[in-house]
Design a protein around this ligand. Structure first.
Ligand SMILES: CC(C)(COP(=O)(O)OP(=O)(O)OC[C@H]1O[C@@H](n2cnc3c(N)ncnc32)[C@H](O)[C@@H]1OP(=O)(O)O)[C@@H](O)C(=O)NCCC(=O)NCCS
Length: 173
C-alpha cells in the first residue's frame, strides 16, 4: 500500500473544514489520588474529539491507530473549563494525523487560559468491514497549515521507521 499518496479521486479539503473545539467543565468523578483530573479522562476527550474531526474530514467512521507525543503540561482541576481543540494536519491514503491541544480556564479565571496537554493521533478511515478506505487529500490553506503539514510528514516518516525497526524484533513488549 502506498504510504503517502492521498486518493486522487476525492476532492481535497482544508483543515478548517473539519476542525473542532469541545469545551467541558471538569467534575469530581474523574479525579486521581492528588484530587486533580485523571490523565485518562483528558485522553478520552482528546481521542473523542480527534475521532469527530477525522470522521468529518473523511465523511465516515475512523478508528484510532496511534496516539503519540502526548504531553501533560499542567494539572487540570475540578471546576476547570477545558477546551479540546483538534485539527487535521496531514492526510495520506487512508490515515490522517490529528493534532490536539487542550487548554483550561481556571474556574475563577484568575489566570489566562492555561495550555494543559497536547497530542498527535493517527486516525484511519474504515469501511463497514473495518478495512482502511481512501480519504480526501488535505489542502493546506495558510502558511501555518503548510508548516503543520510538513511537521506532520516528518512525524509520519519517524513512525513508519520505528514500526519497521521494531518489526525486525518480533515478540512485542
Ligand atoms: C488501524 C487499522 C484499521 C489499520 O489496519 P491495517 O490493516 O494495519 O492497515 P494498513 O497497514 O493498510 O494501514 C492503514 C493506514 O494506517 C497507517 N497506520 C496503521 N497503523 C499505524 C500506526 N500504528 N502508526 C502510524 N500509522 C499507522 C498506515 O501507514 C496506513 O496509512 P495510509 O493508508 O495513509 O498510507 C487496524 O490496525 C485496526 O483496526 N486497529 C484497531 C483500531 C481500534 O480499534 N482503535 C481503537 C482502540 S481502543
Amino acid at each position: 500500500m502506498p504510504t503517502t499518496a492521498s486518493s486522487p479521486t476525492l476532492a481535497g479539503r482544508s483543515p478548517a473544514v473539519s476542525e473542532l473545539t469541545l469545551s467541558q467543565i471538569m467534575d469530581q468523578h474523574h479525579t486521581n489520588l492528588m484530587g486533580t483530573v485523571h490523565g485518562g479522562r483528558i485522553l478520552n476527550l482528546v481521542d473523542s474529539v480527534a475521532g469527530v474531526v477525522a470522521a468529518r474530514h473523511s465523511d465516515g467512521p475512523a478508528v484510532t491507530a496511534a496516539i503519540d507525543e502526548t504531553a501533560f503540561l499542567e494539572a487540570v482541576r475540578v471546576g476547570d473549563v477545558v477546551h479540546v481543540h483538534a485539527r487535521i494536519t496531514w492526510a495520506g491514503r487512508s490515515s490522517m494525523e490529528v493534532a490536539v491541544t487542550v487548554t483550561a480556564d481556571r474556574w475563577d479565571r484568575s489566570v489566562p487560559a492555561t495550555p494543559v496537554a497536547t497530542a498527535h493521533l493517527v486516525m484511519v478511515a474504515v469501511d463497514e468491514l473495518g478495512q482502511p478506505r481512501p480519504v480526501p487529500p488535505l489542502i493546506p490553506q495558510t502558511t501555518e497549515d503548510q508548516r503543520r503539514y510538513e511537521l506532520a510528514q516528518i512525524r509520519r516518516e519517524h513512525r513508519l521507521a520505528l514500526r519497521r525497526a521494531l518489526g525486525a524484533h518480533p515478540g512485542g513488549l
